[in-house]
Design a protein around this ligand. Structure first.
Ligand code: SF4
Length: 442
């Protein structure tokens, strides 16, 4: 168990100088005990105290890196049970199974194709879960060669056969793969293989107690780049286990559970698999291993993941300014909205549907929506008039007409007065933009 706030307080200078950003040393100690701050923020801690507090100052869940270069995945380093308390840091990596006895190149290509640009964000599948389904070491190695030639993504290597894993690691060691898995019977050899090849090691328990015991044995071998599998596969039990791991690691600072986690879908129906994977993305898998590579399953899953792993305290915003939709010219219509990402991309989608090349003036409201921006004086006649000038709209079009959202029709007069432009009141809902454009601009 980790140190309490009072344990930590005994090692602090007790001068209450506030340089750490906390009003007292005791407040700092309590925050440190809860994993909410870092010991480095106190400049006056002695070396002896640092040593004594090492366990308290370590993050409750160790950061582990799998893969290399642009495809390196960071996982762990989470500090919260509930996203709304602060944020979750590292999105669940999505790994997709490729069996070594199937058409490896075709399946890896399907994984490569799982990329989407959606409401200004880029989504993609992260890992190839290469599985020794053939049970043959040479086939596994050959599959690793084919897969490595086809993708730069990170790998998980699955085999019950240590010799087969050794063969595949020869091919992929420079990609820092995850090796699956150490268990009570093979953990010494698996740890050695991971150590020698600079890989990350999955640890599979039979239940939570046996998992903790196994982790402690591997840590005693001086190896800590671990990913935990509780061994459960039934969705309710997996959820209960992952919740226990997170709670014990974050709330109790129970070190054997302070590592990233891996979970597996079991459903054959892709839609059921999607629901299962979505559950594990929400709580609390660092990696979810799936079978399907169907695009229609992965887009909603990745969208769900993006929602959970955005910072709830920061609105998702697009760059304010003048955006072009299609081959615009000096006669193109001009629409106006805020830089709240969801609003902006809804408007952009509907403007695109009109097939009339248009400009969209995205006003900087700090990433909040039209009505909220209006209520907060960030989306008003004055701010829109200022944005027209600031972003050079007058140099881009020769007309002087701008469409505002119907929900803020009340600012029409003020905007005309401030800008000198004709202000057209558009529809309240972005879905009605095509009809509006047909009537006004077609
Ligand atoms: S900086 Fe250190 S000494 Fe100063 S209040 Fe914070 S914990 Fe105490």
């Amino acid at each position: 168990m980790g140190l309490t706030g009072l344990d930590i307080f005994k090692h602090l200078p007790k001068t209450n100088c506030k340089e750490c950003g906390f009003p007292t040393c005791l407040a700092f100690a309590m925050a440190l005990a809860n994993g909410k701050t870092s010991l480095d923020l106190c400049p006056y801690v002695s070396d002896e105290a640092k040593e004594a507090l090492a366990s308290a100052s370590a993050p409750p869940i160790r950061m582990v890196k799998i893969g290399v270069g642009e495809n390196e995945l960071e996982m762990g380093d989470e500090t919260e049970i509930f996203r709304h308390d602060k944020r979750f840091n590292h999105p669940t990596a999505i790994a997709i199974v490729v069996n070594d006895n199937e058409d490896v190149e075709a399946k890896v290509e399907a994984i490569n194709q799982l990329e989407f640009d959606h409401v200004g964000q880029h989504y993609e599948a992260n890992m190839v879960a290469l599985t020794n389904a053939s049970g043959d070491a040479a086939t596994f190695k050959a599959a690793a060669e084919k897969a490595a030639a086809k993708t730069e993504k990170a790998f998980v290597l699955f085999s019950d056969d240590l010799a087969a894993l050794e063969e595949a690691v020869k091919v992929l060691a420079d990609r820092r793969p995850l090796l699956y898995a150490a268990n009570k019977d093979n953990y010494e050899k698996m740890t050695e293989l991971a150590k020698v090849n600079n890989c990350v090691l999955a640890v599979k328990g039979e239940d939570l107690d046996s998992l903790a015991e196994l982790v402690e044995k591997i840590v005693a071998l001086d190896f800590r780049d671990l990913v935990l599998d509780t061994g459960s596969r039934e969705v309710g039990q997996v959820l209960a286990d992952l919740t226990q791991l997170r709670r014990q690691a974050v709330k109790k600072k129970f070190r054997p559970f302070g590592y990233p986690t891996i979970a597996f879908t079991t459903k054959d129906d892709p839609h059921e698999e999607l629901i299962q994977a979505g559950t594990y993305v929400a709580k609390y898998a660092s990696i979810v291993v799936m079978k399907t590579a169907q695009k229609e399953i992965h887009l909603p899953l990745m969208s769900w993941r993006a929602n959970i792993y955005t910072d709830p305290q920061k609105p998702v915003a697009v760059e304010p300014g003048v955006h072009e939709v299609g081959e615009v010219g000096e006669d193109s219509p001009v629409y106006c909205t805020t830089n709240f990402s969801l609003t902006y991309f809804l408007v952009e989608g509907e403007v695109d549907t009109t097939r009339i090349p248009s400009y969209i003036l995205s006003v900087d409201t700090g990433g909040i929506s039209v009505l909220t921006g209006y209520a907060d004086n960030k989306f008003t006649g004055e701010t829109i008039a200022k944005a027209i000038k600031e972003y050079g709209l007058e140099e881009k079009v020769k007309h002087r007409k701008i469409v505002i959202p119907g929900g803020v029709a009340v600012i029409q007069g003020k905007l005309e007065e401030e800008s000198g432009w004709d202000v057209l009141v558009g529809p309240r809902e972005s879905a009605d933009i095509p009809k509006f454009a047909k009537e006004k601009f077609a």
